[in-house]
Design a protein around this ligand. Structure first.
Ligand code: AGP
Length: 616
């Protein structure tokens, strides 16, 4: 989950690496470090290393102004602790005993205890509690003048999943890197190369990107790149050009990435529809790895995902089951991967993951694929691990999302699932052509509907309600039918960025336990959008109000009834009931955002979290 970056080239690496770390900070931010290869007093080279606890600002302060020495290359790291507490000693980069080898790593070396004991038996003294520190010691022991060769020899000794970049003071113009099941990309510039966990780290400098396969070793200098496979054979591969524009890694005038990304939802939806929804209402989903006949034969769908992506999957179930009449099982990936997997040939398994790197989702997809199911990755990141592990890909086109709390990727996932549901519905003759055309029109209308909403005074109204309730110690979220996943998502948003405990329940379940939590003044957020369960939800509202709770209702614009039942109303744009998760979730994103703002919290970097969860 950490962010790593290395630079070698003709420019000074210091600012490029610090800049890159700033764009990787969403991956982890409990400590950070920087190592620059600079000249020493004897005309040789040494690593100048700075490591700090806390976020990048602390590293920037500690690194101070340029020390004047021209650095030949550099490595940087922003950490999300897995092995070892958050201390300066555990912050990366880690060095070999003679400080000639320096490494930054993301991931976990699962057999590090054994490797550490072996190295200690050979007299190595460890300076940190991390698993990563075995790397510089091992590489130093295998080094005989060729860093890439030493890394190639060390790789088979390592268990787990990881990506790392290493430099040796005796090879001042070379970085070597390797990966196994963790992301690592090479940025190819003019007379320079970057190696990083993710493209945003160098997007301002180059859009030419090269991806690495598992257990490959890449060696980069200013002008050249060599890729070796596990046996030392050379691989040739051309870089590809990424389309993300560099501004997506900037706040563009917004105070936070999260707010910017909430406001980018209309364009995320529009781009996800893109040329897939044709003017005549037909839908073209290529890349699934299934032709129309095979899609029409799909009899069961399993959706595996984590967190917010899981909530998108839950919405997808309502759409697919209603429009296509195909049974859908939606499951948290970390559970699915360890259950007896009953997916098999004829089943479609969707791995929903915005990053395409979530360890549990990747594992769940692998389990299903081994059983013969057709696995499709629904992801936002081209070339991510999920796309390589799947038989097909359905991309959301939400653009880069940096805020740890997912917003625009969630609604884009729901939109992509809606396109799939409608396609299946048509192929299976489960929906009339007129019905399908109406739904296609509604989907096309959605980006504009949200744009109008976000430009209206409604977001300010949400802010006013949030400021009235921001000091409450607990929020209960209730909803029915498609309102249930909206509640789950709203409650997750609030707890992850405001640290206020929340519970989210199907409203009908409330009487079976959660109602005991309520006391005079307890805030209850109720998704009460128009639809066939509206009256049922109103009954649930009565029940909680009878216990003294204060109701904050999310209701459909124009609904006349809700005012008589709720203490506060957060309006959501009017769309057909089954599509309401795409609009009703937005006021809840804003509500969570405004509560966290009122509490003075850093919404883009909530504590203990990281954007991409590449560990189990
Ligand atoms: C969302 O706000 C969370 N930060 C988190 O639940 C996230 O959705 C989850 O980790 C899954 O990530 P993915 O979509 O990249 O797989």
């Amino acid at each position: 989950m950490c962010g790593i970056i290395g630079y070698v080239g003709t420019r000074s690496p210091r600012s490029l690496i610090l800049d890159g770390l700033g764009r990787l900070e969403y991956r982890g931010y409990d400590s950070a470090g920087l190592a620059l290869l600079v000249g020493d007093d004897n005309g040789g080279r040494r690593f100048a290393t700075t490591r700090t606890v806390g976020n990048l600002e602390r590293l920037l302060e500690a690194a101070g102004a340029d020390d004047g020495a021209h650095a030949a290359l550099g490595l940087g790291h922003t950490r999300w602790a897995t092995h070892g507490r958050v201390t300066q000693e555990n912050a990366h980069p880690h060095a070999s005993a003679d400080e000639r080898v320096v490494v930054v790593m993301n991931g976990i070396i699962e057999n590090y205890q054994r490797l550490r004991s072996e190295l200690q038996g050979q007299g190595v003294v460890f300076r940190s509690e991390t698993d990563a520190e075995v790397l510089p010691h091992l590489i130093a022991r295998h080094y005989q003048g060729d860093l890439a060769e030493a890394v190639r020899e060390v790789l088979p000794l390592l268990g787990g999943h990881f990506a790392f970049v290493v430099a040796h003071a005796d090879e001042p113009e070379r970085l070597v890197a390797a990966r196994r099941e963790c992301p690592l990309v090479v940025g190819v510039g003019e007379g320079e190369h970057f190696v990083a966990s993710a493209i945003p780290a160098f997007l301002r400098e180059t859009r030419e990107v090269m991806t690495l396969e598992d257990d490959e070793v890449v060696s980069v200098t200013s002008h050249g790149m060599q890729i070796f496979d596990a046996h030392g054979g050379r691989s040739e591969r051309a870089p590809h050009t990424v389309e993300w524009d560099a501004d997506s890694a900037e706040k563009s005038g917004y105070p936070t990435f999260m707010l910017k990304e909430i406001h980018e939802q209309p364009s995320a939806l529009w781009d996800t529809l893109g040329d897939r929804l044709r003017p005549d209402g037909s839908i073209e989903l290529d890349g699934l790895g299934l032709d129309e006949a095979a899609l029409a034969r799909v009899e069961r769908i399993h959706i595996v995902a984590c967190g917010t992506s899981y909530h998108a999957g839950l919405v997808g179930r309502y759409l697919i089951e209603d429009w296509a009449r195909v049974p859908v099982n939606v499951e948290v990936a970390s559970e699915y991967r360890y259950r007896t997997c009953l997916a098999g040939p004829g089943d479609l398994v969707l791995g929903v993951t915005q990053s395409g790197e979530t360890a549990d989702t990747l594992a769940a997809m692998r389990v299903a694929r081994e059983r013969g199911a057709h696995v499709v990755a629904l992801t936002n990141v081209m070339g991510s691990q999920a796309t390589r592990d799947a038989d097909g890909v359905l991309y959301t086109r939400a653009g880069l999302e940096i805020g740890v709390a997912a917003t625009k990727t969630h609604t884009a996932q729901v939109m992509a699932l809606a396109l799939l549901a409608l396609t299946l519905g048509r192929l299976k003759w489960a929906i009339t052509e007129a019905g399908a055309l109406d739904l296609a029109d509604e989907l096309r209308r959605l980006p504009e509907v949200l744009e109008t909403y976000l430009a209206s005074s409604a977001p300010d109204d949400v802010g006013a309600v949030a400021r009235r309730y921001h000091d409450r110690p607990f929020f209960l979220y209730l909803g029915r039918h498609v309102g249930v996943p909206v509640c789950f998502e709203g409650a997750l948003k609030l707890k992850e960025i405001s640290y206020i405990p929340t519970e989210a329940y199907p409203a009908g379940e409330m009487k079976h336990g959660p109602i005991a939590l309520l006391e005079e003044g307890s805030p209850v957020v109720v998704v009460a959008t128009d639809g066939h369960v509206f009256d049922k939800v109103i009954s649930n509202i009565q029940e909680v109000r009878a216990r003294g709770a204060r109701v904050i209702a999310v209701a459909t614009e124009g609904n006349q009834e809700i005012a008589g039942h709720a203490d506060e109303v957060l309006w959501a744009p009017r769309v057909p009931a089954l599509l309401s998760p795409l609009t009703a979730v937005v006021p809840l994103q804003l509500f969570a955002y405004e509560v966290a703002q009122a509490l003075g919290l850093n919404v883009d970097q909530p504590r203990n979290l990281a954007k991409t969860v590449t560990v189990e």
